[in-house]
Design a protein around this ligand. Structure first.
Ligand SMILES: Cc1ncc(C[n+]2csc(CCOP(=O)(O)OP(=O)(O)O)c2C)c(N)n1
Ligand SMILES: [Mg+2]
Length: 581
């Protein structure tokens, strides 16, 4: 069969280390999907385009290799907008390929036609469009460079359908569509000439001869003089704290180096976003609770890949006399809301490594007592959480559930968080056992990431046990992907914290505005929905049933079946007063 544009797309993806693409089919993109399959790039077909993007985002975050979603023209593209914006806000690299109407028929009433570029430009790092077969390779290579360099973010590449199908077929379509075959009048002949010129231009390159190669992004290095200065500041500090954000995890293969550097620095550290779990479960330097108090008391705060956004109270969380050292790939984020005393417009990972090289390894610092006191307060908070786990109500106590789940999980787990209160309780009480074992939407706070993230996690780390922690509200955004898990043999375990409501919203809405309108759901049989898709479904209504359900779920997953636990949970004041804006 004649080589076509779809084959070429597949060839470029392969050359860039892409192992799988996520997609929902459409005639506009069929050649890409078939081309991928034939080139050995796995095609994972999902039930909603947003899922495809969430999955690609998760693979990119876990592997560090930008992953790809392929969606059809028009509604296929528009369905991705939220997921793409979420990836943009999470600074996640990925490439979205969107189909488009034929080049000659754009704006002439073609099926699924739209101006996708201007819409997508508002949510992506870059929106590219291909108009000639010569540009397929360069556009994709450009996309792979742009998505990773500096501050990573999704790149959109629009590929019109007529560039993807075999040239001979496209020529015959055009001839038929314009009646050129039976041209009799001068006007008809001119039209046919124009058409031939258009198609010749579109297909001016020989696909067999096109070459592709992956390139490396240039590292953003920290200024070494300033690093020395910070090493001096650290040496003089008596209550330093470090905050690590997602941006420090953009090179997953270097997580071990990062841990070694943190060990050497010996500064007490809070881990946020994708950095959660970096130090394992029980590291001497990791502090989990009372971050605001610690930051207020600290005399030196080092923020690596973490801006002073709402999580840092827009910078107000730092004490007046606190000196701030920040490293960020984004200049905007580096100076956001609070000007650092020393600023590194650099890769935060490279900054930490460089700082560790300037610092002598020692366990005795001015701040050893400070670190011990933070650890002690952390221990007290854990004891309070244990007390919450002891409260009993009519159904399952969510804190108790997470305490049990925490003990049940192995070191080879990925937890996906998709929900409100239930999931925030999980974030607060569960400890990921290692790096990149916790995935949440990030600062955009999008509900509905669950199945897509789990799909990506399962594909990126086939050996890991993947759990989705869902609220009952959130679950319904992506529960249809149970079907995808079944078809692709991905034994994900989903837990739905079923409190019959959008509780995180209800809590404040009722208290402030006195009305629960639009926040009430039913105790729906989500386990039966899962069964309908061919997965295993379990319902748990009391604390006594938790242990058995966890065992059953693990056994089901081990036998290759996805499982959904419909967990009827009690309402609780555990998260009262914890809303952020
Ligand atoms: C796409 C999207 N829509 C709405 C929201 C607003 N929102 C945040 S938390 C929440 C409630 C989530 O309910 P559920 O998943 O049941 O978790 P619960 O709080 O009940 O544990 C809502 C609606 C959002 N963050 N994202
Ligand atoms: Mg709920």
């Amino acid at each position: 069969m004649e080589l076509h544009g779809g084959d070429l797309v597949a060839k470029v993806l392969s050359a860039h280390g892409v192992k799988a693409v996520y997609s929902l089919c459409g005639g506009h993109i069929s050649p890409i999907l078939v081309g991928c399959k034939q080139a050995g790039v796995r095609v994972v077909d999902v039930r909603n385009e947003a899922t495809a993007v969430f999955a690609a985002d998760a693979v990119s975050r876990i592997t560090g290799v930008p992953c790809v979603a392929v969606v059809t023209a028009g509604p296929g593209v528009t369905n991705t907008v939220t997921a793409v914006k979420n990836a943009r806000m999470a600074q996640s690299p990925m490439v979205l390929i969107g189909g488009a109407a034929p080049t000659m028929l754009k704006g002439r009433g073609a099926l699924q036609d739209m101006e996708a570029g201007p819409l997508m430009a508002t949510v992506v790092k870059a929106a590219l469009s291909v108009r000639r077969n010569c540009d397929i390779v360069s556009a994709l290579e450009n996309a792979f460079s742009i998505t990773r360099e500096g501050v990573p973010g999704p790149v959109f590449v629009e590929m019109p359908v007529d560039l993807l199908y075999p040239e001979s077929l496209v020529r015959s379509w055009y001839a038929e569509a314009t009646g050129a075959k039976s041209a009799k009048t001068v006007g008809d002949r001119l039209k046919s000439l124009y058409l031939r010129h258009h198609v010749d231009r579109m297909f001016s390159c020989n696909l067999d001869e096109m070459k592709t190669a992956a390139s490396e992004a240039a590292p953003l290095l920290p200024d070494s003089k300033l690093v020395k200065q910070v090493a001096g500041m650290l040496d003089q500090a008596s209550s330093p704290v470090m905050v690590l954000g997602s941006q420090s995890m953009l090179a997953p293969e270097r997580a071990g180096d990062l841990v070694a550097a943190l060990d050497q620095l010996a500064v007490p550290a809070y881990l946020t976003g994708m950095a959660r779990g970096l130090l394992g479960e029980d590291h001497r330097l990791q502090i989990r609770h009372h971050r605001k108090t610690a930051l207020k008391q600290a005399d030196l705060v080092i923020m690596a890949g973490m801006p002073c956004d709402f999580r840092m109270d827009y910078g107000r969380v730092l004490g007046r006399g606190t000196r701030l050292v920040a490293a960020n790939r984004s200049k905007h984020d580096l100076y956001l809301n609070r000007k650092p005393d020393v600023a590194f417009h650099a890769d935060p990972l490279l900054f930490i490594m460089a700082l560790a090289r300037e610092t002598a390894a020692s366990e005795q610092h001015r701040w050893t007592g400070w670190r011990d006191s933070l650890k002690r307060t952390d221990g007290q908070r854990e004891a309070e959480i244990d007390a919450w786990a002891g409260v009993s109500g009519p159904y399952v106590n969510p804190v108790l559930f997470f305490r049990k789940l925490d003990r049940f999980l192995t070191g080879n787990t990925i937890l996906v968080a998709d929900g409100g209160d239930f999931v925030a309780t999980a974030a607060y009480t569960l400890s990921p056992k290692g790096p990149l074992q916790w995935l949440d939407p990030g600062v955009f706070g999008t509900l509905g990431v669950g199945a897509g993230f789990a799909l990506g996690a399962g594909q990126a780390r086939p050996d890991a046990e993947v759990w989705i922690l869902y609220g009952d509200g959130s679950a319904a955004y992506s529960i249809a992907e149970m079907d995808t898990f079944v078809r692709h043999g991905l034994p994900v375990i989903a837990v739905v914290g079923n409190d019959a409501g959008w509780t995180q919203i209800a809590r404040d809405q009722k208290e402030i505005l006195g009305d629960d309108v639009a926040t009430v759901l039913a105790r729906t049989d989500y386990h039966r929905v899962a069964q309908g898709f061919g997965a295993e479904g379990i319902v748990v209504k009391s604390n006594q049933e938790i242990d058995a359900a966890l065992d059953t779920a693990r056994a089901g997953a081990a036998s290759g079946k996805p499982v959904l636990i419909n967990l009827w949970i009690d309402s609780s004041d555990f998260r009262k007063g914890s809303i952020s804006m």
